[in-house]
Design a protein around this ligand. Structure first.
Ligand code: HEC
Length: 111
């Protein structure tokens, strides 16, 4: 039987760890986005939706995390798979997409 005070301390440590990880992932996403996605999604080249322009994202799937992540990995119409970075890891592409989505639709709840 674990002492109740001890398990409470463990829960607090776990919470702190999780939020530090979330911040890391956001930073990783920003870097992956800058490296791989920004050349199209900052400029709107080829009609890519511009990340900083929420209007461009109207009408795109509201099932963000499921559908849009899949489109980021596999490509979608003129959007190349993984933004053309074939060596990018799934983790980086997903973190980049998460960063884009947070920036494009800050009010959209993540799932
Ligand atoms: C070579 C240019 C280019 C690069 C690089 C690029 N994209 Fe795109 N992306 C596009 C274009 C063009 C579209 C619009 C596709 C369409 O609707 O025709 C698009 C659309 C999208 C969409 C919306 C898809 C949908 O279902 O509406 C997401 C999400 C996305 N890109 C994520 C990313 C991510 C994440 C990266 C970096 C890993 C990235 N893109 C890199 C050109 C690019």
């Amino acid at each position: 039987m674990r002492h109740p005070v001890q398990s409470g301390a463990i829960a607090i440590l776990m919470t702190l760890g999780a939020s530090a990880l979330a911040a890391d992932r956001e930073e990783e996403g920003r870097q992956a986005y800058e490296a791989t996605c920004a050349r199209c999604h900052d400029t709107g080249i080829m009609d890519a939706p511009v990340t900083s322009n929420p209007d461009d994202w109207e009408g795109r799937s509201d099932l963000w995390e499921a559908v849009l992540f899949e489109h980021a990995q596999l490509g979608y119409i003129r959007m190349p798979a993984k933004g053309g970075a074939k060596d990018a890891s799934d983790y980086d592409v997903e973190a980049a997409a998460e960063y884009m989505i947070k920036t494009a639709k800050p009010d959209h709840p993540s799932d």
